[in-house]
Design a protein around this ligand. Sequence first.
Ligand SMILES: [Zn+2]
Length: 143
Amino acid sequence: MPELTNGGTGSCLCGAVRSRYKVESTAIGLCQRERCQRQSGSAFLIGVVFPKKAVTIEGRLACYEATASGQKLQRHFCPICGSAASITLARYPEICSMMGGTLDDRTRIQPTFSIWCSSGQPWLKLPDSIVCYSEYPEGTFGT
Ligand SMILES: [Zn+2]
């Protein structure tokens, strides 16, 4: 049998939280919504979406739960170093959005779209290869 080449690993800044994924991501997109800028501390968050069952996270995670558009959304982070690790959403229970900056293999981080470009930092110019949506078209990250 050929060796599985899918999958990969990631970690937070201090290494206390480590992640493994067994399959390729189903979507990679940026979010420029104000709350995602606040959480990431940067101009956008890189969401790398996986089927939740294909992701294993080791180490203790803290969680900040908020309601977005009437639905619960959990932002998981390392309680030691504060690195954002992942987001889970009540309305999409089958998926887990990993923070792109925590994944080890950067060659796989190729975002194809950005949501909430309407609230982006005014200086930010994304490459033409990234489709910009003003808000969030339903189903962009998955269903
Ligand atoms: Zn950490």
